[in-house]
Design a binder for this molecule. Sequence first.
Ligand SMILES: CC(C)(COP(=O)(O)OP(=O)(O)OC[C@H]1O[C@@H](n2cnc3c(N)ncnc32)[C@H](O)[C@@H]1OP(=O)(O)O)[C@@H](O)C(=O)NCCC(=O)NCCS
Length: 391
Amino acid sequence: MRECVIIDGVRSPNSRAHNEKGWFRLVRPDEVLTKVYDGLFARNPKVKPEDIESVFVGCANITGMQNDIGRLAWLAGGFPESVPTNTLTMQCPSGMAATQHAARAIMCGEGDIYIAAGIEDMQKVFMGMHMDFPPRLLERYNIADIPMGNTAEKVAEVYKISRADQENMAYWSNKKADEATKAGKFKDEIIPMEGLKEDGTPFMVDTDQWVRSDVSMEKMATMKPAFKPDGVVTAATSSPLTIGACALLLMERSKADKLGLSYSIKYEAGALGGCDPTIMGMAPVPAVKRLLARTGKKISDIGVWELNEAFASQSLACLRELGIAQNAPFDNVNIWGGALALGHPLGESGARILVTLHNIMKTDRKDAKYGVAALCGAFGNGGATMLSRVK
Ligand SMILES: CC(C)(COP(=O)(O)OP(=O)(O)OC[C@H]1O[C@@H](n2cnc3c(N)ncnc32)[C@H](O)[C@@H]1OP(=O)(O)O)[C@@H](O)C(=O)NCCC(=O)NCCS
């Protein structure tokens, strides 16, 4: 098997998905995505767009402005027609699935240079837009158990995740994201792009909009349940609606050497896992278990984790089930904050947590030989990917 190294990974700032308050409220998702590509090529002048074998783009809701966004954005951005693009969905793990497809293609010799990307604009293409459930699915499951917030409530109930523990997790997610932002940790992964302040003033956006520097346990304790009147999940303990795009440049190792490109981290392995859609947030558990079993690794071999925080309830339940951690703050999970603070643009996040994991392994956790990124997705899909330090 050939080796797939990570040459670079970049992303947009994450904007709130809101008609009046979102910084990217007037920017189309294809523009956000191609600005990320522009940034990626500007940083890597030895790689030209025409050198790319193919682009894999993950997106959860491939409809409206996001219909075949992989192809349409590539063409709209002026990139070469000769480079094929594959838009793919797997709900939230889409961006990770795109990365896995690209890495596998490199490893099995189908091509040498790929872009793996993820995009979601949850304002202009809202969750569930144009959704038409198969009637037979609704015979199999209760429709009321399928929406994301309801699954988060069910996970909290089944796995006994208290509201206080969820709020503690949201507190630390914001604290760490705020500290990481202020320390400039995301500077190497964020491509600044123009947006609008709430008052309409244009400005160059270079940070994530949702991160709360003033996060407060007292305030969170007063918030109303978001999904059911007697529930324990609030807006603070749910990932917020977000706009964002992300892209990784992946290359076969000897090709990178020939081009004189530097790298220190490679794609080691990937796995997908499935579970009951009414507790979809637990899908990282089977995905991570498969990944570890197939690579012959133990939880203790993994130096650093990125686990997407779709909801605090499901992230905590996964961490406890896998025996990684009990409660925030965590030593080696989401050390620069997670989606509760940074946002979760569905199809983008699977690629984003890989970009962040790559950066963390290059900087703060140079001691980690292996890192794993994992996330859940609507309807019970999960993804997990292992990165490792090149020898
Ligand atoms: C939970 C959810 C319904 C809330 O959406 P919403 O009602 O539009 O609420 P917002 O996110 O705008 O938050 C409501 C308010 O609470 C505030 N708020 C949120 N978290 C807060 C916190 N930790 N502390 C203080 N205020 C907070 C928001 O800032 C907002 O106030 P503002 O408009 O004055 O800024 C929505 O975020 C959601 O559906 N999240 C889950 C998304 C999802 O399913 N993703 C897929 C997972 S697999």
